[in-house]
Design a binder for this molecule. Structure first.
Ligand code: NAD
Length: 494
C-alpha cells in the first residue's frame, strides 16, 4: 500500500504527529493508500512558509511570463502522466475512467496552459482624471492564498485554484478533501520535480473540520478560496472575517434543466441524462430538477426511464462502465435518506432508488440512478442539494411558470434550456437567476469563460479573466504633473 506525504516548503513530510488517514476505493472498498492527517501545527507551518515565500521570496517579483513558464511545465507533466493520473483519479473517487481520461485530466492540463498565457489580462489602465496627474491602475497579487477544495473533481479543482493564483504571483496552501485526494498528491510530486521556489505551493491533507477553520481564520492568510457546500461556505465566510480576508466561494446548486416541447427531443434526453448521471450526480451543476413542458412530459419521461435503466453500473476502472459508485458509504447513506424523504413526501419513485442487488455490488458504494416524477418544487428533494444520482421531475405548462419554478430556490449556480426557438431561449436565459445558462447543451466549461454562482451558490468567479482577477488586488497610482512640481495640496496651508 502506497504511503503518501504532504508537501510543505518544497519537501515531502509525514506531519508532526505522524497520524494517517486511509484512502478507500469506492468501487470495491479496498484500502488503496494512506496519507497524513495534518495537525494544526502543520497547517500553521504551511501558512508561515507561504507567507515567507510571498513576503521575502522571488515568486511575486518574477515576470508574468516567467511564472507562465512554470505553469506550462506543470501542464506538460500532467499530459505526460495522463494515463496514470486518470487511473488514480478513477480509483480514488469512483469516477469512470472514460470521464477522467476524456474530461478531468485534459481539463486540468489545459487550465494550467490557459493561465500560463494570461499576462495581457493582468494589465492596468491609464485613467483620464480632471487634474494635472497621471492616474494609473495596476494589478498586484493578493498574497497568501488558502484553497480548500471538494472531492468530486479533485484535479480540475486543484487546477482552477492553483493555476490563476500562481499566475498572479501569489503563494498557496491547498487543502484537498480527505476523500479522493490521491491524484492531487501525485500531481504535487510532479510539481516538485519542476522546481518552483520553496513555499510557493504547499499541500496539506487531513480532516477538513480541523484544518479548514485554521486556513479560513489565520491572520497570515490574505485570501481564502473555497469550493464546497453552501453550509461550510457560510462558516468559512464567518471565520474569514477574523482579518477581513478576501473570500472567493464556489458553493452548491440545485440547477433547473428546462425542457420545452419544441426542443430536439433526442438532444434534450441525452443532455438530461448527462446533467444528472455523470459522475453519479456528484456535480455542483447537476441538473437535478428536470422541468418538462406538459405536452411532452409523459413521452419524455418514459424515454428517460428506459435510457436510465440501460446505464451500465460498475467498477470505475472498467472502461465500459457508464455509472460508478458514490464516493463513500456515508455519502450513499445521506443520498438514501433523501430518497426516503421523497417517498414520504409523496413524489413518485419511477426509477432506481436502491442499492443494486447483484453480487458484484456487495462491495463498493453503488446506488441505482434514481428518478422521481410528480415532484412539487416545494418538496425537500427539489429544494435541497442531494449531490447524488437523484432526479426530480417537475411538470410545467407555460414559459412564465417554468421561469418561476426555476428561480424558486436558494441556489443560483447554473441552468439548462432546451428549445429550437432561440428568441425564447434568450429571453428565458435573461430571466434565470443563475451564473451560467447552457442552451441546448450541458456542462460547457471553458477556461476562457467565467463560472460562478448567484444567490447562495457563491461569491466571485472561477476561470476567465474574472477568475484571474479574483487573485489580484487593484492599486491606483497617482503621479502629480503640475507645472513647477507643486500640486495644489502642498500649498493648501500656505
Ligand atoms: P464540503 O463542504 O463538505 O467540503 C468541502 C471542503 O471543505 C473539503 O476539503 C472539506 O474537507 C472541507 N471542510 C469540511 N468541513 C469544513 C469546515 N468546517 N471548515 C472548513 N473546511 C471544511 O463539500 P464536499 O462534500 O467535499 O463537496 C460537495 C459540495 O461541493 C457540494 O455542495 C457541491 O455543490 C460543492 N461544489 C461546488 C462547486 C462549484 O464550483 N460551485 C464545484 C464542486 C463542488
Amino acid at each position: 500500500m502506497k504511503k503518501y506525504q504532504m508537501y510543505i516548503n518544497g519537501a515531502f513530510f509525514e506531519g508532526a504527529r505522524k497520524e494517517t488517514l486511509e484512502s478507500i476505493n469506492p468501487s470495491n472498498e479496498e484500502v488503496i493508500a494512506s496519507f497524513p492527517k495534518a495537525s494544526l501545527e502543520d497547517a500553521r507551518e504551511a501558512i508561515d512558509v507561504a507567507r515567507l515565500a510571498f513576503d521575502k521570496g522571488e515568486w511575486p517579483c518574477l515576470s508574468h511570463q516567467e511564472r507562465g513558464q512554470y505553469l506550462l511545465k506543470i501542464a506538460q507533466a500532467i499530459r505526460q502522466e495522463a494515463k496514470a493520473l486518470s487511473q488514480i483519479e478513477s480509483m480514488s473517487t469512483g469516477k469512470t475512467l472514460k470521464q477522467t481520461t476524456f474530461i478531468d485530466i485534459p481539463t486540468c492540463a489545459s487550465t494550467f496552459e490557459y493561465f500560463a498565457f494570461v499576462a495581457s489580462e493582468l494589465k492596468g489602465e491609464t485613467i483620464p482624471v480632471p487634474a494635472p496627474a497621471l492616474s494609473l491602475t495596476q494589478r498586484e497579487p493578493t498574497g497568501v492564498v488558502a484553497s480548500i477544495i471538494p472531492w468530486n473533481y479533485p484535479l480540475i479543482m486543484f487546477a482552477w485554484k492553483i493555476a490563476p493564483a500562481l499566475a498572479c504571483g501569489n503563494t498557496v496552501v491547498l487543502k484537498p478533501s480527505q476523500f479522493g485526494c490521491l491524484s492531487i498528491l501525485e500531481l504535487t510530486a510532479l510539481i516538485d520535480k519542476i522546481g518552483l521556489p520553496k513555499g510557493v505551493v504547499n499541500v496539506i491533507t487531513g480532516d477538513g473540520k480541523e484544518l479548514g477553520p485554521e486556513l479560513a481564520a489565520n491572520p497570515k492568510v490574505d485570501m481564502i478560496s473555497f469550493t464546497g457546500s453552501t453550509n461550510v461556505g457560510k462558516e468559512i465566510m464567518r471565520l474569514a472575517s477574523n482579518n477581513t480576508k478576501k473570500i472567493h466561494l464556489e458553493l452548491g446548486g440545485k440547477s433547473p434543466n428546462i425542457v420545452f416541447a419544441d426542443c430536439d427531443l433526442e438532444a434534450a434526453l441525452g443532455g438530461a441524462m448527462s446533467a444528472i448521471f455523470m459522475n453519479q450526480g456528484q456535480m455542483c451543476t447537476a441538473g437535478s430538477r428536470l422541468l418538462i413542458e406538459e405536452s411532452i412530459h409523459d413521452k419524455f419521461l418514459k424515454c428517460l426511464i428506459e435510457k436510465t435503466k440501460r446505464l451500465k453500473i460498475g467498477n470505475s476502472l472498467d472502461y465500459t462502465t457508464d455509472f460508478g459508485p458514490l464516493i463513500s458509504r456515508e455519502h450513499r447513506q445521506n443520498v438514501l435518506k433523501f430518497i426516503e424523504t421523497g417517498v414520504k413526501e409523496k413524489a413518485s419513485l419511477v426509477c432506481g432508488g436502491k442499492i443494486p442487488s447483484a453480487e458484484q455490488f456487495k462491495k463498493g458504494f453503488y446506488l441505482e440512478p434514481t428518478i422521481f416524477a410528480n415532484v412539487e418544487n416545494s418538496m425537500t428533494i427539489a429544494q435541497e442539494e442531494i449531490f447524488g444520482p437523484v432526479l426530480s421531475v417537475i411538470k410545467f405548462t407555460s414559459v412564465e411558470e417554468a421561469i418561476k419554478i426555476a428561480n424558486d430556490t436558494k441556489y443560483g449556480l447554473a441552468a439548462m434550456v432546451w428549445t429550437k426557438d432561440l428568441n425564447k431561449a434568450n429571453m428565458v436565459a435573461k430571466k434565470l437567476q443563475v451564473g451560467t445558462v447552457w442552451i441546448n447543451t450541458y456542462g460547457g466549461f471553458y477556461n476562457e469563460a467565467p463560472f460562478g454562482g448567484y444567490k447562495q451558490s457563491g461569491i466571485g468567479r472561477e476561470l476567465g479573466k474574472e477568475g484571474l482577477w479574483e487573485y489580484t488586488q487593484l492599486k491606483h497610482i497617482n503621479l502629480d504633473l503640475t507645472e513647477g512640481g507643486k500640486s495644489l495640496v502642498t500649498t493648501w496651508f500656505g
